[in-house]
Write a protein of this length. Structure first.
Length: 179
């Protein structure tokens, strides 16, 4: 019997039925980005990052869903064994009336004690800064903050970053023109 004469086995019926329905799952769950701190990536060298929860009141959540958040001057601070987000500006929610929140109040970040010790200890010992990189809602509707352990860049480092970005942009333009 020749190799080409062999019959191939048909796929199992269970696999045939589920093939049309099953879709590959992505590694990252779908999220709704509220705000991203793009200046932090320019001003700081990000050494490590950590996703943590944030303690909010109702009007703050409504305002975040509208995208009214500024992380420009925000940073995280360790106080009394907790990590607090300071300087994040969540605009007041107009429909909340008398139950509204203070826009720049400190907000408690929710993370495990072990993570807190690691990040807080490293930032305190090495003189690093905890900076919020982005805020988003998970698929379940829970607000999350990505905190970065950062070291400030010097002026010459910032110039170097600008040169690299310009070079990448020029290369991508050149490739687009050729095609």
């Amino acid at each position: 019997m020749a190799k080409s004469d062999k019959k191939t086995k048909p796929a199992p019926k269970a696999a045939q039925k589920g093939a049309a329905k099953a879709a590959p799952k992505s590694a990252d769950p779908p999220v709704t980005l509220v705000a991203e701190n793009r200046k932090a990536r320019f001003n700081y060298e990000i050494l490590d990052s950590l996703e943590c929860g944030i303690q909010l009141v109702g009007s703050e959540v409504k305002s975040l869903r509208d995208g009214k958040l500024s992380l420009d001057e925000a940073y995280a601070r360790i106080k009394d064994g907790d990590v607090w987000l300071v300087g994040a500006d969540i605009a007041e929610y107009k429909q909340a009336s008398i139950w509204n929140h203070a826009p720049k109040r400190p907000r408690k970040l929710l993370m495990h004690k072990q993570q807190m010790r690691k990040f807080a200890g490293t930032s305190h010992d090495k003189g690093l800064t905890l900076v919020p990189l982005k805020v988003y809602f998970t698929e379940r509707g829970i607000a999350k903050v990505v905190i970065g352990l950062c070291r400030g860049k010097k002026l010459h480092d910032k110039r170097e970053t600008l040169k690299k970005n310009d070079a990448k942009r020029d290369i991508s333009r050149a490739f687009r023109k050729k095609v």
